[in-house]
Each structure stands twice: as structure tokens, then as C-alpha cells.
Design a protein around this ligand. Structure first.
Ligand SMILES: Cc1cc2nc3c(=O)[nH]c(=O)nc-3n(C[C@H](O)[C@H](O)[C@H](O)COP(=O)(O)OP(=O)(O)OC[C@H]3O[C@@H](n4cnc5c(N)ncnc54)[C@H](O)[C@@H]3O)c2cc1C
Length: 501
């Protein structure tokens, strides 16, 4: 149903954000920091903040810096290692840390230990070919200032000292190698999101409502967006108005974007990938691991299903997770509906969907294999990283839902992407974030881009430029070619966020 504006005299918010995950929270805090006079309204369908992908138990909490994720450093056909993507991801996470550090310094965020901790990021591989790849990757990364300090070892005794669980009971005849970056981080994105909401909702001109679902959009000639918002508890709908709208609805973004009727939304589709973890229940085992250990993804698997054995800090407690095991569900949100995928199919995206599907049969086969896994299969996967694991120590948990982006492509008809895609309307009055990787870690980089795209004149003004640099000192500069700047911003973040490294 199209919204009808029955309340033309109601106030018009400068900004409306949809969804109470890390993306909307980051944007709201950033905009209020740039211009405290902006009015912001926010709507979240659930009764809690950060209850979908941003919740600590629904994601892996890795501060993605490309220290340990092998998919960001592919091997070229000539055998050399491409570190371009790794540099970009590492830079983006440094922007996040700088922003969070400023928020801590300004008293916006509480004790940093409530949301970020130092934890070594490690890659671990076995077999001669993989050992050779890791050695080359390490050498290539050391040429960038962003990866200084990364250690490499092929010595089983050294690796056992770093990660005893991974080496206990391992066949000594198989060659192994590991890299270790002490300055890795574990982030509780749920706690961080909640803190940002708690702060921003108390500011003048901000009105956030939980339990309110955005259902439809309409724009009149006056350029103002009308959103139909339903109170989930009472079923009552009303129209709210805003000059700029951000759709930060996570997996729910695609369905909403399609309803905006902006031409830029045409041709996008979504492919849901669900996830599961094994969560360790044995405190003695949890105590023996002190790292995030990422391995090589299985052949044919999507990049985000790289197995990892992860130390986490959640609500003051040390935890240990293994996974994720990928799966398939037609839901776009963990608390969504099984009809989500079918409702997202339109005339404009059916061609890209079909072409992307036909080109990714390997992925489909992989996901079916994952869905059919027995508990024994899951234990076998865990034992590749922790050979002496006892299945009785581990409990299966459902992780968050991701919706991978399918895009129109002139040559291929449609392509499946594993990154994030910001869709903005030509006039900058509407922005939506599709996709999920590398995700929460890059929220600040994504929102800095959004603000410059959608508020171009104000973003270029001396006031906003100065504020950008106060919040993110390296704003507008590249870190990879600048070792002194990299070291300076890292030290500032380390101190403010009270990180060990
Ligand atoms: C298994 C898994 C592991 C991950 N691991 C990592 C990791 O290690 N590091 C990392 O950086 N990132 C990771 N991510 C990605 C990261 O979790 C997401 O990128 C990030 O949380 C997305 O935030 P968001 O605000 O866009 O979405 P969400 O947190 O999902 O928030 C969207 C909100 O919008 C609400 N909503 C939906 N529809 C409507 C509507 N119509 N009206 C009102 N509200 C609506 C939802 O209820 C939800 O609260 C992982 C994700 C998954 C699933």
C-alpha cells in the first residue's frame, strides 16, 4: 500500500535512519557530531537495539584488518601475492578505531573494554603448498606499513607456544605454518552499537523508536520522503517525513530499497547465507586459547565461511567459538520470514538472479553440503583446527543472516558479490547499504563516504572538514604509503582505546 500523507503539518526530520544496527548508529552519531542541530528520527522493527547481525553472538567480532583473513590476499597467476585489498581493509579499520577513540575521548562512548580488546590475529595452514603461500603472503604484507610487526613461523614448537589447542595431537609429519599479528582486535559490535544509541537518543532533536517497522516509501514533488511506519505491537500505521533517508536495515534493506522506486535500485537481488557456530562450554579449554585463528576456506566455499577458532570477549566473559558453518535459508533476517527471498524477486532483478545462480552452481552445491552436515561432520571440521576436540564440550548456535548482493552485469547478466554496496539516489536524498562483508569493522569508512556523497556541499565546508579531521585524524590521507602517519594514528587509537598493542 502506498503511503498517503494525511498529516502535512507534521514536522519533517532532516534525517531518518531505518534499523538499529551498527550502520545506522554510526551514521547518526557521525551526523550529530558534524552538526548538532540536525534532527534525526530512527525506526527499528524489533524491541531491542543491535538484535540482528550487529549482536555479539550473531557475528564473529573480528576487527577485520586483513591480518589473518587469507581471502583478502589472493595469489596471482604468476605466483605473487596481491595485497591491494588487504591494504584497503586495514586502512578502513584504522578509520573505525580513530573514530571510536575520539568518541571515547569526547565521553560519547564508555569504557573501551566494554567493546574492544586486543587479541592476536593468526593465520594457520598445513600442507607444503599452503605453507609456501603463507610465507609469500607474509613477505608481501611486510612491504606495507600497515602490517609491520607480523610474525611468521614454520616451527611447530613456536606455533604450539602461540596456539596450543591447534597443535595438540597434530601429525608431526605434515608441514604447518602460521602468522601472528599481536595488534589484532575482538570487537563486541552489539555493545558498541548499544552505547552509540544510548548516547545519540539522549541528544536534542533525536527521536528513536523501537518496535516500529518501516513498510513503504513515497516522495512528492516537494522532494520530501514519506515513510509508512507500523507500530508492531498495536498494528497502527502512520506517515513520517524526512529530507534524507538511510536504509540500514541489514538483510531487510533490499526489500525496502525496491519499494523506494529510485532508478538506482533497479537490478539488485539478494542471496541469503545463514551461519552456525560451535560454542565452547568447557572453561578449561576456553582458557587455553588466546587468538583468532583463521584458516583457508574449503574449495568452492564463499569467502566469509573461512573457518576460524576465535577467542571472544563478550560482556566481560572470555568465550571460544568455531565456525562459521554456512547454510541456506530463504530468510533475509534472522528474525525475518521464510518468504523474504521470494518477495524480493521482481521483474527488474530476475535476469541478474538467474544468471548469478547459473554462474555459482559450485556455491549452491557447497551450501547444500553444509546444510546436510551431521554433528560428526562438524566435529571433523573442528578437529582440523583443534585435533583433540571433544564434541561434548561444544554446543551448536545459530549465527546472523547475511544477504549477499546480486548485481546486474552487462557481460555476465548478473554477478554475485561478497562485499558491501552503497546505493544512493542521484539527488543524494536516499542511501541504502546492501551486503555484509567486511561489515561492521568498516562502518566508519562506509559512513564517511556516505556523508560526502549525500551531503556534498556541507561535507566540503571548512567546518565539516575540520570536524572530520578532529574525529578521524587521518581523514583524506592514505595510510599505506605513509609509515609515520600510520604509526601516529595507531598509537593515538591504542592509548584512547586502552589496547595492549
Ligand atoms: C555470521 C556472521 C559473521 C560476521 N562476522 C563479522 C566480523 O567478524 N567482523 C565484522 O566486522 N563484521 C562481521 N559480520 C558482518 C556484520 O555483522 C554486519 O556487517 C553488520 O552487523 C551489519 O550492520 P547493520 O547495521 O547493517 O545491520 P543489522 O545489525 O542487521 O541491523 C539492521 C536492523 O534493521 C532492522 N530492520 C530490518 N528491517 C526493518 C524495517 N523494515 N523497519 C525497521 N527496522 C528494520 C533489523 O531488525 C535490524 O535490527 C558478520 C556477519 C555475520 C552474519
Amino acid at each position: 500500500m502506498t503511503p498517503t500523507d494525511t498529516t502535512p503539518d507534521k514536522p519533517v526530520s532532516d534525517v531518518i535512519v531505518i534499523g538499529a544496527g551498527i550502520m545506522s548508529a554510526t551514521l547518526a552519531v557521525l551526523l550529530k557530531a558534524l552538526d548538532p542541530a540536525l534532527t534525526i528520527a530512527g525506526y527499528e522493527r524489533l524491541d531491542a537495539v543491535a538484535a540482528e547481525s550487529s549482536d555479539a553472538w550473531n557475528n564473529a567480532g573480528t576487527g577485520h584488518s586483513a591480518f589473518c583473513e587469507l581471502n583478502y590476499t589472493p595469489e596471482r597467476p604468476d605466483g605473487s601475492i596481491d595485497i591491494g585489498k588487504a591494504d584497503k581493509i586495514a586502512e578502513q579499520f584504522e578509520l573505525s578505531k580513530q573514530f571510536w577513540a575520539s568518541l571515547v575521548q569526547e565521553g560519547v562512548l564508555p569504557d573501551p573494554a566494554s567493546f574492544i580488546q586486543s587479541i592476536p590475529h593468526m593465520s594457520f595452514v598445513w600442507g607444503a603448498a599452503n605453507v609456501e603461500y603463507l610465507r609469500k603472503r607474509h613477505a608481501a604484507l611486510l612491504r606495507s606499513p600497515l602490517f609491520q610487526g607480523m610474525e611468521f613461523s614454520e616451527d611447530p614448537a613456536q606455533i604450539a607456544a602461540w596456539i596450543p589447542l591447534v597443535m595438540d595431537g597434530r601429525d608431526p609429519a605434515t608441514p604447518v605454518a602460521a602468522t601472528r599479528m599481536a595488534m589484532g582486535t575482538d570487537v563486541n559490535f552489539g555493545a558498541l552499537t548499544s552505547s552509540m544509541y544510548h548516547y545519540v537518543k539522549g541528544l536534542p532533536g533525536v527521536n528513536f523508536q523501537l518496535g516500529h517497522e518501516v513498510e513503504d516509501f513515497r516522495r512528492k514533488d516537494d522532494g520530501i520522503w514519506r515513510l509508512k511506519v507500523r507500530n508492531v505491537a498495536t498494528g497502527e500505521s502512520r506517515i513520517v517525513r524526512g529530507r534524507f533517508v538511510f536504509i540500514g536495515a541489514g538483510g531487510g534493506t533490499l526489500t525496502l530499497l525496491e519499494k523506494t522506486d529510485i532508478p538506482e535500485a533497479n537490478g539488485f537481488g539478494g542471496f541469503p547465507v545463514s551461519g552456525q557456530w560451535l560454542k565452547c562450554q568447557n572453561p578449561a579449554v576456553i582458557a587455553r586459547h588466546e587468538a583468532k585463528v583463521y584458516g583457508k576456506p574449503a574449495v568452492g566455499s564463499p569467502p566469509m565461511s573461512m573457518p576460524h577458532l576465535d577467542t571472544r570477549q563478550i560482556n566481560g566473559q572470555k568465550e571460544l567459538l568455531f565456525g562459521p558453518y554456512a547454510g541456506f535459508s530463504t530468510k533475509f533476517l534472522k528474525q525475518g520470514s521464510y518468504t523474504d527471498l521470494f518477495r524480493s524477486i521482481e521483474l527488474g532483478n530476475i535476469r541478474p538472479l538467474l544468471f548469478a545462480g547459473a554462474r555459482n552452481l559450485g556455491l549452491t552445491r557447497y551450501l547444500i553440503g553444509q546444510v546436510l552436515q551431521s554433528p560428526q561432520d562438524r566435529t571433523a571440521a573442528l578437529r582440523e583446527y583443534y585435533p583433540t576436540a571433544n564434541p561434548a564440550d561444544w554446543q551448536l548456535e545459530v549465527a546472523g543472516q547475511r544477504v549477499q548482493v546480486i548485481k546486474k552485469d552487462k557481460k555476465a547478466g548478473g554477478v554475485l558479490e561478497f562485499g558491501t554496496e552503497m546505493v544512493t539516489s542521484a539527488d543524494g536524498s536516499m542511501a541504502a547499504l546492501l551486503g555484509a562483508s567486511p561489515g561492521a569493522s568498516t562502518a566508519v569508512a562506509i559512513m564517511l563516504d556516505l556523508v560526502q556523497k549525500c551531503f556534498p556541499e556541507r561535507a566540503a565546508s571548512p567546518e565539516w572538514q575540520a570536524r572530520f579531521r578532529a574525529l578521524v585524524p587521518s581523514f583524506g590521507q592514505k595510510l599505506a604509503p605513509n609509515p609515520a602517519l600510520t604509526a601516529a594514528v595507531r598509537e593515538r587509537s591504542r592509548q584512547a582505546l586502552q589496547l595492549e598493542h
